[in-house]
Design a binder for this molecule. Sequence first.
Ligand code: MCA
Ligand code: AMP
Length: 483
Amino acid sequence: MSSLFPALAGGPAGRPALRFGARSLTYGELGAAAGALAGRLRGGRRVAVWATPDLETAVGVVAALLAGAAAVPLNPRSGERELGHIVSDSAPDLVLAAPGAALPPPVRDLPRVDVEVHGTGPGSVPGEHAGEGDPALIVYTSGTTGPPKGAVLPRRAVAATLDALADAWQWTADDVLVHALPLFHVHGLVLGTLGPLRRGGSVRHLGRFSTEGVARELNGGATMLFGVPTMYHRIAEALPGDPELVKALTGARLLVSGSAALPLHDHERIAAATGRRVIERYGMTETLMNTSVRADGEARPGTVGVPLPGVELRLVEEDGSPVTADDGETVGEIQVRGPNLFTEYLNRPDATAAAFTDDGWFRTGDMAVREPDGYVRIVGRKATDLIKSGGYKIGAGEIENALLEHPGVREAAVTGEPDADLGERIVAWIVPADPQAPPALEELAGHVARRLAPHKRPRVLHHLDALPRNDLGKIMKRALGRS
Ligand code: MCA
Ligand code: AMP
């Protein structure tokens, strides 16, 4: 198949490719380092990558893809429970990590290969011996219940989505992207890292998000910013007192938000301070990118734009019939079809089958309306048990299960409630085992953070005498919070 990274073999070797903090690699250096590592990985099937926000993560993933293996990015902040599940479910041959990175137990037991970023390669980048249907990445994503599922993303999907975005955003080798997104999800890894490398452009990763970092890089030559709404919210808050940030956003070629809805208030505050419009795109781990406001189109706040080239999108009624009225009012579930889709949930044929209609459309679970001119406006989600906090998707069920493992918890329910910064915040409702000594929020937050991941921890806790249940014993979450 054609290469995922033509610029690695064909472009000018001195061109900047990656910069993480003070460390950087040109295309020549990246080709040498990733090429050498790919030589060691050749013949491998699947490799885990300890996805810290470092050069090594980017080099490790590129090397895996050059070798024709699938990369399984691991969140280094995940707890033992979550890492244990991902490692046993994906059964990687080995783990790639930065030299010196401390790996916790379930990952530590895998054969380890350190990623050397200044390795000397064979002088040429190896050809990519993999078919377009072969897996490129396995990215774990939460469902309403149970542990996260591994979405198997073929090489075709990565290439298709990045090329469709290049078309929509006029994204070229001249672009310098800045972001601070985690590298174990699609947004930061596929769009934010593989995207610039496929174009032959460059990326500067901030390591950790700060408005100062965004201002510094955009004022220092970066052209594009990618972020989740929480980041744009923090930018909107900082703009009135930060002329450098105003200058930075004003001068950027493209400001893109995704992973959750950017509230209109933040859209408007940014536009008022800078004269610039943030554009939104809509995607999902399973589908990569589906729609976007185009760089040459009208930036219409509150919408996620139009389907990307190659993506078929329809809205469907409750009974499965397609919505025919593009009237901006009729709500339906978004279903998509195209080369950007995943192939399956790893080891979960049941879940894979349930995710698709008989005629091959993927059910996103997102509810939307479509304007007469095709712009899509997302209005909600089908599942109330999915929470989006800081741009992370979090299943209520997995947090409830973790809470129930705490000795102080007899019953637990988890909901999301609006939060100006995070979009939604996680709320835990528990019936304590001992009403005289109910566990405190910090205790339960630490418990969940250690088992699952810090972003899954509850931020609000309510103690109840009993959970509201219907006649069948099912918890009535809608009744929570109204008492
Ligand atoms: C706090 N911390 C704890 C605890 N409490 N650690 C352990 N135990 C505890 N009890 C720590 C955290 O680890 C962290 O450490 C710090 O306290 C702050 O945590 P938190 O409040 O959660 O973080 P934040 O500063 O509020 O983060 C906001 C953020 C983040 C930077 C916007 O939410 C983020 O990076 N979001 C991006 C999500 C994303 O990329 N989603 C894409 C998936 P420390 O201070 O050391 O950091 S969606 C996707 O891919 C689809 C395809 C799409 O459409 O994009
Ligand atoms: P994830 O499963 O973590 O990949 O998150 C995918 C989900 O994020 C989608 O199903 C949407 O609910 C949500 N999402 C992504 N981008 C947007 C956006 N621009 N506006 C609203 N929701 C979004």
